[in-house]
Every structure is written in structure tokens, then in C-alpha cells.
Design a protein. Sequence first.
Length: 286
Amino acid sequence: MKIGVFIFAIAILFNSCSMNKLVIRQSSRLLDYGALALYEESDLKVAEQALASNIILLEGMVKGDPGNPKLVLLTTQALNGYALGFAEDSTPDRAKVFYLRARDLGMTILEKNKRFYAALNGSVEDLQQAMLDFGKEDIPLLFWTGFSWAGWINLSLNDPQALADLPKVQIMMQRILDLDETYFHGATLLFFGSVWGVKPKLFGGDPEKAKEFFEKNLQVTKGKFLLTYIYYAKYYAIKVMDEELFNQLIDKVVTTPADVLPEYQLLNVIAKEKAQNLLQKKEDLF
């Protein structure tokens, strides 16, 4: 009798866990619509509050269904968005925490590929070979995990570990570039432009290569993705001390309506905020 009760209790517990996962997975479509609405938001305060709330909600749902790649992807996007839009410029230490949370969460899915997991601590050649296991369907999670890792590195350039990690991120991003350079408004092109621009020439930096990537991105996005001009200004114009180009790039962000890209209006509004931050620092930059 006792054994029967125990088995019944286990069955109820198992079914309860399964039901929880089912409810969570059925909610994912609503979360997709919520993400679309957030990208269209034009008010930064509303967006910041919504992202903060969504992060808590999403991380709670991930705890209920930790192996759900769609939930993990949405959560990494939310963490990256908050770090980029609402912490990076004002509180970089907080941004680093959000970037690391996003990276580590994305890795929980990517590291299920055993060759990739092993190659992270192997040679460059090992990681390049492991990346061939990932195809176009893997681009979103690869990108947002790599983006968060790169965001942390960019804010941690005095940390030897960050510099040691950069080649790994470059290999991940190169795979995305090879598969689809247009993904998320050509953001991988912005990554490589930034890498070539941020590195000193002594360590392999090349401002002209950076410029090529930024110009390629402008072609891909037809100049509608305003963050391109921000990265172009920060990682090329400032690096080569071209104040005239800097002014042109920032002016383009300031004067272009954010809704030139209505489905991603929030990112253009964030670009405008970053443009104002750069203008305030201009005297120190040139």
C-alpha cells in the first residue's frame, strides 16, 4: 500500500513538472509578440521598465524549463538589450554583469554540442572546426551569446582574461558571418568593424579594415540602422581623429527619424541617446 502511494505521488509530481513545462512552452508565442512590441517602443523609460520586468519573468520561466532553447534565446536578448541600452554608458559595471548573465545562459544550450564544449578550452583550430557543427538555424543563439561575450570584453579591456577570450568570440562571429552576414541588420559586420577599430595597431588593429566593415553594414542596412553610425564614430572616426567624419556620423543619427526602421524603432532611439552621450564627450575625444 505504501509503495503504491509513493508511486502515485511520484507520478503526480512528474505530471506537475510536465504540465509546468507545457504551460511555459505554450506561453512562448505571447513572449514573441511581446518582444516585437518592445522593439517597436519609442519611449526609453517605458522600454527600460519593460525590459527589467521581462528579464525577471523570463529568467523565472527558464528555471521552470531550463533546456528550452527558445526561452534561453529570448532571455539572452533581453539581458543584452538592457545592458546595451540602459547600463553600458551610465553604469558599465552593471552592464558587465548583465552581459555575463546572457553569455552564461546562452552557453547552457550551445555547450550541449560536445565538440564545441571541448574546443572552448582547446586550440584555435579546434574551435574553428567545432563551429562547423552549427548551421543557419543556430545563428540567433550563437549571435546573442557571442554579442554578450563581446560586450563584456569591450567593457573589460584592462582584464587579461577578456583579451584572452576575444579570439574565441571572433571565431564564433566568423561562423555567423560566413552563414549570413545580414543577420540582425548586419550586426556581425559591426562586431568585426569594432574589433579592428578598438585594437591598437601594435596588436593587430587596422582602422581601414574597420571602415570597410562599417561601410558594408551601411550597404546592408541602407543606413536605416542608426547604431551603425555610433559604432562607426566610436571605433573609426575617433580612432583616426577624423572630427569632420565624426560630426557627419553623429549628425546623421540626430537628424534621422527613429521610425525610419519602425519594427526596430527602440534600437534607433537608443542610438540617438548614445549620440548625445558622445556629443557631450566630444571635447575630450578630439
